[in-house]
Ligand binder design. Structure first.
Ligand code: 13P
Length: 247
């Protein structure tokens, strides 16, 4: 099973539902539809509406983050996993580099993962090295720390998806080579097999994935899907990504 996950970031109003309707229409007729799953993470404001409309459809809805307390607290602007689950989301991103940048550390991220899983939200846990770390050949050391500091054997690996998003690739058009990515994905799965004892959760790639760049990822069997930012805001681009992947 492959995953195509669209992360809308700070984008969308209620009318933006038309984008998902077009994607849903494509997916329900696609001859490859049984081979993949589509998940969209709109901003908090749209989760309830979108989750209702796409209940039992080809698209699942997730949140882009969640708070590290549960179910309620006195923290202004915080939204808990319990609250997210209660409006119909099935997934949540945790650890996106945007949020790590804003102060999410491993300790907070671990609480977020624990509360999300407790509320039966599947977790898309994001990891990735920055430009300097890559230049200094620290990629695997960084990824290993990000994974080992947060994930535990007792978490059910079926409820966890890993999204490898090199920070230098997000929104820049810069891509790892397929050989580089294949090697990194193999290393990530090795680390995960160590944590979870034997089998690894799915590992996705994110960073400048669009209808053109998707072609270079087709041959990398170790990659179980994609986390797509900019290109997920256009139904045409998102559909073309899926089409070109299976072409
Ligand atoms: P882009 O696809 O715009 O590079 O963003 C990737 C991302 O951060 C998805 O979470």
């Amino acid at each position: 099973m492959k995953y195509f996950i669209g992360n809308w970031k700070m984008f969308g109003v209620p009318n933006s539902i038309y984008i998902l309707k077009k994607i849903n229409t494509f997916c329900s007729k696609d001859k490859n539809r049984k081979k993949y799953r589509v998940i969209i993470t709109p901003p908090f404001t749209l989760i309830e509406k979108f989750a209702k409309i796409f209940k039992d459809k080809k698209i699942s809805i997730g949140s882009q983050n969640c708070y590290h307390k549960d179910p309620f607290s006195s923290n202004t602007s915080a939204v808990s996993p319990y609250m997210i689950k209660s409006v119909g989301a099935k997934y949540t991103l945790i650890g996106h580099s945007d949020n790590r940048n804003e102060g999410d550390n491993d300790h907070l991220l671990k609480s977020k993962v624990q509360f999300a899983l407790k509320n039966k939200l599947k977790v898309i846990f994001c990891i990735g090295e920055n430009k300097v770390e890559k230049k200094n050949k620290k990629t695997i050391v960084v990824l290993k720390k990000q994974l080992q500091n947060v994930l535990e054997k007792k978490f059910n690996k079926k409820d966890i998806i890993i999204a490898y998003e090199p920070i230098w690739s997000i929104g820049t058009g810069k891509l790892p080579t397929s050989l580089e990515l294949k090697k990194t994905a193999i290393q990530i799965k090795k680390i995960l097999k160590n944590i979870f004892k034997r089998k690894s959760p799915a590992v996705l790639y994110g960073g400048s994935v669009d209808e053109k760049s998707i072609k270079i990822f087709k041959e990398i069997n170790e990659i179980d899907g994609f986390l797509i930012g900019g290109a997920s805001k256009s139904s045409k681009k998102f559909i073309d990504i899926i089409k070109n992947y299976y072409r």
